[in-house]
Design a protein around this ligand. Sequence first.
Ligand code: GUN
Ligand code: FE
Length: 458
Amino acid sequence: MKKDLFALKGTICYSKNQKELVFAENSYAVCENGLCAGVFSQLPEEYKDIPVKDMGDRLIIPGFTDLHLHAPQYAYRGTGMDLELLDWLNTITFPQEAKYADLSYAKKAYSIFVDDLKHSFTTRACIFATLHRPATELLMDMLEESGLATMVGKVNMDRNGAPELQEKSAQASAQDTRQWLEEIKGRYDHTYPILTPRFTPSCTDELMTELGKIQREYHLPVQSHLSENFGEIAWVKELCPTSRFYGDAYDMFGLFGTKPAFNTNEADFASASGLNTTDNTAAHISSDGASVCPTIMAHCVHSTDEEIQMIKDQGVYVAHCPESNTDIASGIAPVRRYLDMGLHVGLGTDVAGGFSLSMFRAMADAIQVSKLRWRLMDQTQAPVTLEEAFYMATIGGGSFFGKVGSFEKGYEFDAMILDDSNIRHPQEISTRDRLERLVYLSDDRNLVGKYVQGRKVI
Ligand code: GUN
Ligand code: FE
């Protein structure tokens, strides 16, 4: 049990809902045992003697959740971006990921990644590692040490890889996954496993069947890719001729969400992950009898109406990755539609389809590509607003971890302190304008403090 009780004082900003931001100048965000006790303009009597860290007029905002990125790809971010998805995977990504068979290379590469992630605007992340178990455990050890809260997946892939990047068989992949889960049991406080079939073209039906079993046995969440690129979608149709649409090719194996999803707090997550409890099966069956499989699907750029409906009905999270979708020319996801339908939508950098780790940059990209979509593709679909982009980066993705992404009472205390004094201006500007400028103009120098679950990380 964490024992922290303190307040951060400054210009506090968080989402009231998808459409509205709350701005509280000269106010206090109180952290009690890792949870937010609320935001106050004056400290209530019960907190009047607690330590106050006065941040002046710096902005204090909830941390951002990067809902989709690839740790091994950070090493070559910003290169090799003239190809579409399938060629990009074969010529650049797979050979690069193969290098993580060598633990000394993995150590060098992951040290850089974790250090940069720690100093980025991200407090939580859902991360793909590679298929290599030892390197994945090394990455998890480093992330735990960083203080960030993350979900990390050993990748499964038993077909269509490269000679140097493919598991020997479905059984070998499943066995290695089980060994990974056993080896990390009880090892971490804020680093969680997440089942990670790379995408349908990488996983045989036999492997998907095994992963479905492992999911139900360990109550793990799942992350994968969905409807990112036209060539990929056509290939899935060939590989899984009986699937009605791409998402159905995951659902056939019980790997496509359910309702209700797990979560509300960390304790629930711990039990959902199966790591801190013995058996809790009943809690993981939803009211209509489906087993609970909290799922993130990255991209959903070209999802059909049926697929979108299943995403909604089964509570699947969409990780919207606008920078990656631009870089490897996948397209522009219909995020306005997803938000208006009430889907769970968070933002992902998808490094290294995306080149930047910055979640502010992801917000800017989400707003910008939505304007192009509106102008060029569908004038009934209004662009994404600053309020909506901020919501997706905080509560939208954060809620996959539980009560995360807000300063309302009871949320986990993830906070970032932002000094924007280097973004100079001669005129008076509003707090909203300060926040908007950080979306477009910030870099890591603007981040001067970061807390995750009440822990000071930087
Ligand atoms: N689909 C399967 N693997 C990948 C990957 O590494 N990156 C992206 N963007 N899409 C994928
Ligand atoms: Fe990806």
